[in-house]
Ligand binder design. Sequence first.
Ligand code: HAH
Length: 337
Amino acid sequence: MRESKDFTEPALKTLFAGDFRIGAAVNPHTIRSQGHLLAYHFNSITAENEMKFERLHPEEEVYRFGEADELAAFARKHGMAMRGHTLVWHNQTSEWLFADGKGGTVSREALLERLESHIHKVVGRYKDDIYAWDVVNEVIADEGEELLRPSKWLEIAGPGFISAAFEFAHAADPQALLFYNDYNESHPHKRDKIYTLLKSLLEQGVPVHGVGLQAHWNVYDPSLDEVRTAIEKYASLGLQLQLTELDMSVFRFEDRRADLKAPPAELLELQAQRYEAMFRLLKEYREVISSVTFWGAADDYTWLNDFPVRGRKNWPFLFDEGHQPKAAFHRLAGLKG
Ligand code: HAH
């Protein structure tokens, strides 16, 4: 691992200090294995998994805050900002939440009470550490004309669970910036649906302050034009934007090939060009984009090593497996203005 003294390249957080915060998703392993890299280059973190419902609240009477607390302590120690991820999601959520304990389904009222008490406890606990929460994650349906994705939340509580979550979070910490977060956010069909949801929340006076563009992108998709149009459309609502989970896969989403042992030079060059073009675009919108968080920090650890093709390695970041800057990093370091 590179030691602190080995970092001589300019720090990302300094390069973009006039534009937006630069964040990374972390976990209790990577704050150790990537500790120096994180402390040198990044000024914001997000817990990759440790603040998700199933991890914090595995049983009705049991909260487990140990690992989340460790990550918050890391942020404090290094003077980093912290984003909270995530309060309401259809995945990684404990089964007990939706059950009545008698083999049936909980009532709408009881589900919303449980949500309120969860949010009160979690948002309240991290009031001094977390400045922004992903309150609701991924409720928009990817395909078709339905606005909302089918889920236990929707089935039991109806669409009102979305505004309820924002209201509860706002009551728990009136200072916190509250985000709606989703992926495929730059694809026109889903973009328009996300926009429709946000517009309706704002019209109802729901306390939503920002939209999180997950930005799980790859070297071919989405196009620069699609990203620009999405940014302009979301920003037209008067919301602030953050890129919350950026990575740049070297594979198309549908690509299942699993034979690559190392990234070919042409792909790394393509990745570098894409990062450069994307960050040039993001800088144009620095007035509305307040943070850009990568869903990891360096190629030694990424959730894409298993998703969507199990066991396949990927190389989506600006730093390689040895935490050395890649071509993409050098291209960003050369951006002017
Ligand atoms: C994200 N989903 C989640 O927000 C994050 O919590 C998780 O760690 C990784 C990725 C992205 C996603 C998905 O859930 C399903 C299909 C495609 C992408």
